[in-house]
Design a protein around this ligand. Structure first.
Ligand code: TMP
Length: 219
């Protein structure tokens, strides 16, 4: 089924991944690739409704199972409506967050599940054996990221702060969780220092991508 490439952007709050995803999409388009952008949660009309439930309101409005199920429902819609059809047409799909976000936020961050069994089972149901080809992890100090995030939200009437409102230890856990995931799968993850200037982060992403492509070609 899969002919194109699936590349995901991951990171904690204020890591700049949405900006970087757009810059990377420009770079790919300039090199002649057909690019499709998507995001989780909220890439489709139904997904937007699920996103509103998840990112607005009180931090404790759901239990961890309900929250996790909603993320996987949105993921299923993203895969079936956007990702799979685009890959079939040979396009490059860039997703602003994917499954690693659930492991980082709901497993490591919330620290309410004993292990990732629930996530692993749900992932199999919604995605089977499918996996991203490359995952860029934009890593940044938690305090710096949260400051960026709150600053951006000021005056924007941004109501999407449900996860930002969690205490600092939640964010520390999810950052370390992401880094642990990257260590477990070094062939898929590329960790980028996101505390640098936007243009430097962009260049690092492109350099790492080109090196990855050369390595693939040699294999
Ligand atoms: P965004 O602001 O990067 O679009 O993401 C929305 C929020 O949802 C963000 O705080 C991270 C959170 N999230 C999870 O907790 N689990 C997930 O699986 C995903 C995709 C996002």
């Amino acid at each position: 089924m899969k002919e194109g490439h699936f590349i995901t952007f991951e990171g904690g709050e204020g890591s700049g991944k949405s900006t970087q995803l757009k810059l990377f999409a420009e770079y790919l388009a300039n090199s002649g690739k057909e690019v499709v952008l998507t995001r989780e949660p909220g890439a489709t009309e139904v997904g937007k409704e699920i996103r509103r439930l998840l990112v607005e309101g009180d931090k404790d409005k759901f239990d961890e199972i309900t929250e996790t199920l909603l993320f996987y429902a949105d993921r299923r819609i993203n895969l079936t409506k956007i990702v799979f059809p685009a890959l079939k047409e040979g396009k490059v799909v860039l997703s602003d967050r994917f499954n690693d976000s659930t492991i980082a936020y709901q497993y490591y961050g919330a620290a309410k599940f004993k292990n990732t069994e629930v996530m692993d089972t749900l992932y199999k149901v919604v995605a089977g054996d499918f996996k991203p080809d490359i995952t860029f992890l934009l890593d940044i100090d938690v305090k710096e990221g949260l400051e960026r995030s709150f600053k951006k939200a000021q005056g924007m009437e941004n109501k999407e702060l449900r996860f930002e409102k969690a205490d600092i230890s939640f964010h520390e856990r999810l950052r370390n969780g992401y880094l642990e995931l990257a260590k477990k799968e070094p062939e898929r993850f590329i960790v980028i220092n996101a505390a640098q200037e936007v243009s430097k982060v962009r260049d690092d992403i492109i350099k790492a991508y080109e090196a990855h492509q050369h390595k693939e070609e040699r294999q």
